[in-house]
Write a protein that binds this ligand. Structure first.
Ligand SMILES: *[C@@H]1O[C@H](CO)[C@@H](O)[C@H](O)[C@H]1NC(C)=O
Ligand SMILES: *[C@@H]1O[C@H](CO)[C@@H](O)[C@H](O)[C@H]1NC(C)=O
Length: 268
């Protein structure tokens, strides 16, 4: 994996709200690139030496971080560069009849042309054919008749609060949804996880069998000792020792010989 797909992923996810067609173009680009690469690898290049890798490594964390940043960036882009929030605020807080009627009037503030600073007023005041006294401009500011004229108005702060609230809500909803999708689509396909489960069961079975075999062998030894000891205690002490030795070789690879086992033999 090289850095170029990650850069592409970053571009697409960070700016998808500004350019919603970007994912489509990225998809087309990648389809063409994959086909071209396939042709190149099959026909144009010496076969590369494959190297085994468990997963995509550090790139996973990079992509994960990038997608988190992208959610935040998109939340801010949507809430601060579009009219989406001011429209909602107007509809639910200021509209008299609950419609969008009068929205543009609401977003425009008043300006008294006599407040132009000297030298900045229009050169031809009669350009429109009549004397302009009041101008409108796009902002939420106090009208000239107010005591704090041209200061940010109450509506500005209401809209700003709504924008920030939208960022928080959007971010949480998207993260929740992505977690949900994460949970819905498993990382490991079902048949593979089933196989892994089976393998684990087999391993446990094998281990149990081994343990059981060991225990049986230990009991065998013990019984044999008890049977042999009265009759041949004086006669052949080295015989059980050699038996345990052969047993020990068989088990030595994986398990330590139980300690209580050889002790009675040596005594006898
Ligand atoms: C614009 O809104 C103001 C109140 O904010 C109102 O007095 C005025 O009549 C409205 N103008 C139009 C053209 O609707
Ligand atoms: C604009 O300001 C001037 C000077 O302050 C004032 O005389 C005039 O009435 C104002 N015009 C409007 C439409 O309020």
């Amino acid at each position: 994996m090289s850095s170029s797909p990650v850069i592409q992923f970053g571009m697409v996810t960070l700016f998808v709200a500004s350019f919603p067609l970007a994912p489509l173009f990225a998809l087309l680009n990648n389809i063409i690139e994959i086909r071209l690469d396939a042709k190149k690898f099959v026909m144009g290049l010496r076969r590369p030496i494959a190297a085994k890798a468990k997963d995509i490594g550090i790139w996973y964390n990079l992509l994960r971080g990038l997608s988190k940043v992208a959610v935040i960036v998109n939340a801010f882009v949507i809430s601060f560069t579009s009219d989406f929030i001011p429209r909602l605020v107007y509809q639910y807080m200021y509209s008299l009849d609950g419609t969008m009627h009068g929205f543009v009037n609401h977003t425009l503030s008043y300006f008294n042309v006599s407040d132009f600073q000297p030298g900045t007023d229009p050169l031809q005041p009669m350009h429109l054919g009549y004397k302009v006294e009041i101008c409108r401009y796009k902002d939420y500011r106090e009208p000239p008749s107010s005591s704090s004229q041209y200061e940010l108005s109450k509506e500005f702060w209401a809209v700003l609060a709504a924008r920030l609230a939208f960022v928080v809500v959007f971010q949480n909803v998207v993260m929740l949804m992505s977690d949900f999708v994460d949970w819905l689509i498993p990382d490991i396909p079902k048949d593979i996880s089933l196989q892994m489960h089976k393998e684990k069961i087999l391993m446990v079975e094998l281990f149990m069998k081994e343990e059981q075999g060991k225990r049986l062998a230990a009991r065998d030894n013990h019984n044999q000792d008890n049977c042999n000891s009265p009759s041949s205690a004086t006669q052949t002490p080295p015989q059980p020792r050699s038996r345990t030795a052969t047993h020990a070789v068989g088990w030595e690879n994986k398990h330590k010989q139980p300690e209580e086992n050889p002790a009675p033999i040596y005594k006898l």
